[in-house]
Design a protein around this ligand. Sequence first.
Ligand code: G3P
Ligand code: MG
Length: 251
Amino acid sequence: MGAAMRQRSLHLPKVIGHRGAGRHAPENTLAAFRMAARLGLHWVEFDVRLSSDGIPVLFHDRTLQRTTNGRGALADRDYASLRRLDAGGWFGPAFRGERIPSLKEAIRTLDKLGLGANIEIKPEEGRAAETGRAVLAILRNHWPVEKPRPLISSFDWSALATIAAEAPGWPLGLLMTRPHRDWQAWASRVRAAAIHCGARGLDRRGVVALKRPGLPLVLYTVNGTGRARQLFAWGADSLISDVPDRLSAAA
Ligand code: G3P
Ligand code: MG
């Protein structure tokens, strides 16, 4: 399939909620998805890691302390023990009792809410292929067949390469904090459907260069409306934001 075909099948919204709904609800929780839907968003971005027993769960940090009442590395805990943690109380009392969602559970909630997704895979060192496969297995079994497929991105390009090799039909986003010298080669290698890049420091030339392969360009994390307008004018297709409601008004 050519780049243009992949681009047409993606239908990216102009604004995507970062970690769900960014500043409005605890990140990477089902409450954040409900908030995103209430804000009128069409897509959310969220992070996926593996528990020690190989279950894909929604979580950003390597360690538990910032966004739960637990401590230590998430990857050292099994799913049952992760589920006992509170992942909402740190954000505010109204969210006390929110759990770390499994990817399977998240897919069900996204479906109920009518939300699309950018699933960002965050593998532990040395577990890229395993993490890619675990995410893929859940998607194959649980992503609704009639629903447009999620965009799967990762800073770990070998996780994307595993998915590209085993399941070429799932759209992949090549994710980087800033343009990396090898990015175009990797975009071809994983047959990327989109390019994802940090927006910090990007100028017009940078945006134009990132658009060169003719793929949709997703930039993160953009919270200012003036900056959003500028990036759209330069050619960005979609912005990931902590304040997606504010940006939607500018889109
Ligand atoms: O996927 C874009 C963005 O979420 C990457 O950064 O650290 O917020 O996951 P981070
Ligand atoms: Mg992320």
